[in-house]
Design a protein around this ligand. Structure first.
Ligand SMILES: *Cc1c(COP(=O)(O)O)cnc(C)c1O
Length: 361
């Protein structure tokens, strides 16, 4: 028997979440963002649930190639554009659209030998200061691109730094709109947080990532259930040992947890080498056979401990859901676990370890 741990990817939930996001912005076309191997879900496994998107957005040529191999003939957008001249040949071959965020990428386009002009998304740095042309250089970049025979339609994009919080998007929207006021082309500015929280900002295209995967971009202000999102990845393992503790007994490395009363704990076949964060402290929620409990002591490489004291029916072989849905349907949102680890659902799903077997249901 393989080690009893498994991740399950829920296609129906991916389909549901895509529709939930679309319902916020019914007039926009939706990019399903599938970078980082579909946020750790696996492009091939996520594809069926997301094929109702208008296009797929990602970073790696290899992932674009895999989408084409799955039979996807619609738009694919490279969110960071190309990294070297040779990449443009692959864009031509696979018919990829690509972001243009710096002069060096315009230079590459000018040097690219092709008879088929390419669709590009010109990116503005409207305040995030990561990628893009500053508003006062945007028009010049557009003019330069527009003069190239290698370039077909030019769309306009930017990215928000604060769509998930109190600062919001108004200043960046204003900067973007002022700088491209009379430029033609489709607009694409909203990520998941903007799509959910600021749906009036959506224009021709939205770029939906984390919401597809059932995580709220603005947890804990809003839980995923507030946005009608369902978990798309469930990480489940089993209890492989049970220990009865007396007062004064300790659990795990560093003896950081001390029992102050008689307790029963379950040792679970999941550790940080599976992608469960070592930073989760005692008290991080889990579901044991669908019932809420919590971790006890430090997470080790291959195991962690959970409290079974109030769960008399729990025993060897009990199912422990680390995040997502239990087999019986109860949900432990990945955002709640991430908050205990002082990180985001994004990081947990992307960090699911290679050694964990994954199935799709
Ligand atoms: C990752 C990414 C997105 C998706 O962001 P979410 O917060 O996951 O919705 C959108 N746009 C760009 C440019 C990205 O890199």
């Amino acid at each position: 028997m393989p080690r009893p741990i498994q991740a399950t990817i829920h296609s129906q939930a991916l389909r549901h979440n895509l529709q939930a996001a679309r319902n916020r912005v019914p007039d926009a076309r939706a990019w399903a963002v599938v970078k980082a191997n579909a946020y750790g879900h696996g492009i091939e496994r996520a594809f069926d649930g997301l094929r109702g998107a208008d296009g797929f957005a990602l970073l790696d040529l290899d992932e674009a190639q895999r989408l084409r191999a799955l039979g996807w003939r619609g738009p694919i957008l490279l969110l960071e554009g190309v990294f070297e001249l040779r990449d443009l040949e692959i864009c031509s071959r696979l018919d990829l659209w690509h972001a243009v965020h710096k002069e060096a990428q315009i230079d590459m386009l000018a040097a690219h030998k092709t008879n088929v002009p390419q669709r590009v998304f010109l990116k503005m740095n409207s305040g995030m200061n990561r990628l893009g042309f500053r508003p006062d250089h945007f028009r010049a970049a557009w003019t330069r691109l527009n003069a190239l025979p290698q370039v077909d339609e030019i769309s306009l994009m930017t990215h928000f730094s604060d769509a998930d919080g109190a600062v919001g998007v108004a200043a960046q929207v204003a900067a973007f709109e002022a700088a491209c006021a009379d430029l033609p082309g489709e607009r694409c500015i909203s990520n998941s947080a903007a799509t959910l929280r600021h749906p009036h900002c959506a224009n021709d295209w939205v770029r939906i990532g984390i919401a597809l995967y059932g995580s709220a971009p603005d947890h804990p202000e809003h839980p995923a259930s507030h946005w009608g999102l369902q978990p798309t990845m469930s990480l489940r393992a089993q209890v492989i040992a049970v220990q009865d503790l007396l007062p004064g007994d300790t659990v795990g490395y560093g003896s950081s947890f001390v029992a102050h009363k008689p307790m029963r704990i379950g040792v679970v076949a999941c550790g940080y080498a599976d992608g469960y964060p070592r930073t989760c402290p005692t008290g991080t929620p889990v579901l044991v056979d669908g019932a809420r409990s919590h971790t006890v002591g430090r997470v080790s490489m291959d195991m962690l401990a959970v409290d079974l004291t109030g769960l008399p029916h729990a025993s060897l072989g009990s199912e422990v859901t680390l995040w997502g849905a239990a087999s019986s349907g109860e949900v432990l949102c990945i955002d709640e676990v991430a908050a205990h680890a002082q990180t985001l659902g994004y990081e947990l799903m992307c960090a699911l370890a290679q050694r964990v077997p994954v199935v799709a249901d």
